[in-house]
Design a protein around this ligand. Structure first.
Ligand SMILES: C[S@@+](CC[C@H](N)C(=O)[O-])C[C@H]1O[C@@H](n2cnc3c(N)ncnc32)[C@H](O)[C@@H]1O
Length: 329
């Protein structure tokens, strides 16, 4: 074993072995799932292909796409423990300008398998494509399901600072005592700005875009933080975390970082390679990771790109409140 002190280098097994710490299977998710024992996994966290024609997928009809996912979800149900969870992170499928929110389509399918929905988490991000014929999309969702009513939920491990920790009970037997929780408050089901958490109580996990420290060549990565929060809240140390659509290995890194075992499958050799390299960089202490809870950069207004271009000023003054009022006189 070598690597840094906190995270010693581990072997990456290429097939599932119960004694392994990390398994990375190069191949189809369904084939990999079929090799896993019943009730062996505590958390499945994944972002499946959205059927939007990314380089790793061929777009087909929504019905055909969903039908392909059903056997995989059945296998996921089989391999999950009774106390386990499924976190299914999706966005929209868009066809000829019409939006099909994938979580709406997945919900009945996953519910039919006996899962129970605990949260529909909105992951809000500040950047993305600018739409022309509809409002620009700035969130995706993460459906958190559990297998049963006896599920793991470590709320204390993911609490966030409360806005008014000094608040006290103003009546009753606890009058005068602090009313909040010294460990912080529940982070809510909207994951938005860490920086404004104090004001709004929301979490912000920036979308992984070009200037993000975690960006790789993968076109649809999610941030390590997103997976890490689910790992912390829904598993215990040494539990197995599985991502059947592993991509650039984000969920695997989150699991290892939090002392869990990680298993993933990925069909594209180049992403398997990226995952291996990211894991090695992580163990060497060289992987660039946005630290959990680090405030998202907020422009001060003084940066050049935050200033109104001179060419726009005259045009904008035509629409100012005063100009509109003057025209009404
Ligand atoms: C949305 S991306 C996941 C990205 C990942 N969450 C990350 O942060 O890197 C979906 C991934 O699933 C892979 N994939 C698609 N169909 C697959 C299949 N049947 N079996 C295994 N991997 C598949 C794609 O190559 C792609 O890397």
């Amino acid at each position: 074993m070598s690597g840094n002190v906190l995270f010693p280098q581990m072997e990456i097994a290429s097939e599932f072995e119960p004694q392994a710490n990390v398994v990375l299977y190069h191949g189809l998710a369904l084939d990999f799932l079929r090799t896993l024992p019943d009730a062996s996994i505590q958390l499945v966290i994944t972002s499946p292909p959205y059927n939007v024609g990314k380089e790793y997928e061929k777009s087909r009809s929504l019905d055909a796409y969903l039908a392909e996912q059903e056997p995989l979800l059945q296998e996921i149900r089989r391999v999950l423990k009774e106390t386990g969870s499924l976190c299914w992170q999706v966005g929209n499928y868009v066809h000829r300008g019409e939006v099909f929110p994938l979580d709406v389509f997945y919900y009945p399918m996953i519910k039919r398998l006996g899962f129970k929905l605990r949260n529909r988490i909105v992951w809000h991000f500040g950047h993305g494509l600018h739409a022309k014929k509809r409002f620009s999309g700035r969130y995706e969702t993460l459906l958190w399901f559990t297998v049963s009513d006896t599920y793991v939920f470590n709320l204390d491990d993911v609490r966030v600072p409360s806005k008014y920790p000094g608040k006290r009970h103003f009546k009753g037997p606890k009058k005068g005592l602090p009313s909040g929780n010294p460990k912080g408050k529940n982070p809510s089901d909207i994951w938005k700005l860490m920086q404004t958490e104090w004001e709004t109580g929301l979490w912000d996990i920036p979308n992984v875009k070009a200037n993000h420290p975690e960006k790789t060549a993968h076109p649809a990565q999610f941030p390590i933080e997103l997976a890490e929060r689910c790992v912390l809240a829904l598993t215990h140390p040494d539990d197995w975390v599985l991502d059947p659509y592993a991509g650039a290995g984000t969920s695997l890194i989150a699991a290892i970082k939090q002392g869990r075992r990680a298993a993933g499958s990925e069909k594209e050799a180049k992403y398997v390679d990226i995952t291996r390299k990211r894991l090695s960089a992580f163990w060497r202490g060289e992987l660039k990771i946005r630290p959990l809870g680090k405030p998202v950069y907020q422009p001060t207004g003084k940066e050049k790109i935050a200033r109104i271009p001179d060419e726009w000023k005259e045009q904008m003054s035509l629409f100012s409140d005063d100009a509109v009022k003057d025209r009404r006189k």
